[in-house]
Design a protein around this ligand. Structure first.
Ligand code: 13P
Length: 250
């Protein structure tokens, strides 16, 4: 069976209608160069552009998903977006627990557990992010932190639901800093996560690496067997760069 690698773009709070038009025009031009047999391309724009982007890429086999959602399905939660609304839009996936949600918006492990439970119960494919801060790595707490993030995230979640899960390991100190983790660091942590996840399920949950992924380092990162794909921030905003990441030479 062909192993499908996942190349996921997280646009964060960037882009506008005009830049999306240019982006998709370029993607359409590059489309024939992409081998969709062995690549799954995910794109995650801000909420307000989800529907527009989804319709614009209709004939291109890329998956479109949201960067966040709330853990309640409906009600008096001003400003929040429900998992049911994501389904209503026909989206393909959602990202939960990004370190920017954890650290800027104070989303705790408890909140993220509620979110993960709700989206998985709604059968939405979920990229769940984990990662240590620089101070935690420097005090040798990486493994402890990641185990705790996983344990807390999976609390009271039926293990059958985990088949719709993808884990993204994103060391906080490597996000947006231009400083990616070394190949040895990625290998060590991904191997640990892979083993640790077996505590919960037999199936292989895909594990992505995120943090300053760019055309210059994609090949080395993807050369690791324990890396199922990447979650790309900054370099995913420029289609000329993103296509080099998608089409890295194996
Ligand atoms: P950068 O690729 O900009 O470091 O961002 C990584 C990230 O946070 C993806 O979710």
């Amino acid at each position: 069976m062909i192993r499908k690698r996942i190349i996921a773009a997280n646009w964060k709070m960037n882009m506008d209608f005009k830049s999306i038009d240019t982006y998709v025009d370029k993607l359409r031009n590059y489309m024939n160069d992409i081998n969709f047999e062995n690549k799954d391309v995910f794109i995650s724009p801000p909420f307000v552009y989800l529907d527009y982007l989804k319709k614009k890429v209709k004939e291109i086999p890329v998956k479109i998903g949201a960067q966040n959602c709330f853990y309640e399905e409906k009600g008096a939660f001003t400003g929040e977006i429900s998992p049911l609304m994501l389904k209503d839009l026909g989206l393909d996936f959602v990202i939960i627990g990004h370190s920017e949600r954890r650290n800027i918006f104070n989303e705790t492990d408890e909140i993220l557990n509620k979110k993960l439970k709700k989206v998985l119960e709604n059968k939405i494919l979920t990229i769940f992010c984990i990662g240590e801060k620089l101070s935690e790595r420097e005090s040798d707490k990486t493994i402890e932190i990641l185990s705790k993030q996983i344990d807390n995230a999976f609390m009271n979640i039926n293990k059958d639901l985990l088949k719709n899960l993808i884990i993204a390991y994103e060391p906080v100190w490597a996000i947006g800093t231009g400083k990616n983790a070394t190949i040895d660091q990625i290998k060590e942590v991904h191997s640990f996560i892979r083993k640790y996840l077996k505590k919960f399920v037999e199936i292989n949950i895909p594990i992505l690496y995120g943090g300053s992924v760019k055309p210059e380092n994609i090949k080395d990162i993807m050369s690791l067997d324990v890396v199922d794909g990447v979650l790309v921030g900054g370099a995913s905003l420029d289609m000329d760069k993103f296509i080099q990441i998608i089409n890295f030479e194996e």
